[in-house]
Design a protein around this ligand. Sequence first.
Ligand code: MG
Ligand code: ZN
Length: 223
Amino acid sequence: MKEVVKAEEGEVFDIELEADLLKANKELAEENRELLRKHGVAAIDIMGSIGAGKTSLIEKLVQLLKEKYRIAVFKGDLTTTIDAELIARHSVEVVPINTGKECHLDANLVRKALQEIDLNNLDLLFIENVGNLICPAEFPLGSEKRAVVISVTEGPYMVVKHPFIFIDADVVVINKADLAQAMKVDAKKLGTDVERINPNSKVAVTNCRSGEGVRKVVEALGL
Ligand code: MG
Ligand code: ZN
């Protein structure tokens, strides 16, 4: 095998433009954080690949928590409102956010969505990001906690291959545990991979279809 071709610092196109963009996003995220704090709203990001189970997790969390908290959900997607409609069935406020071609939510889109809801009548906000394991890590939205959902169907090396998304994650959900055997993937090993990258994260193993393990996610999120 030949040497790995690497993008060196400064070699990536538009590096300055990117630095400006990330800085602007960070400032807006701080404003969002301040606004949410002022209204006593706990916001939680839900990140993960397409099909990992982010929406299923949110549906189960909403079912478990909607008697205890006033909940709203922001649902990021490129162009559709399919997931937003699934969540809205549980009679919570849902704001769909369509990013167009953008593969992640940013703090500006979240700021605009925050204008759509009554923060005085809210305790808890889930923000489901666009399905993507790469850039959401670089775009803070202003939330209090960040959760990453992964599934055993993404293979045994998915954690070690995408370390950055886990570095700042408060909670990591390993989903589709019921399929682990068929996929020949060890959910526990995925958990130890996460703990190696981020010893502060809390790991919960779930089957979000049946709801198994979701109470552990509630605990891990401190809800
Ligand atoms: Mg989804
Ligand atoms: Zn992106």
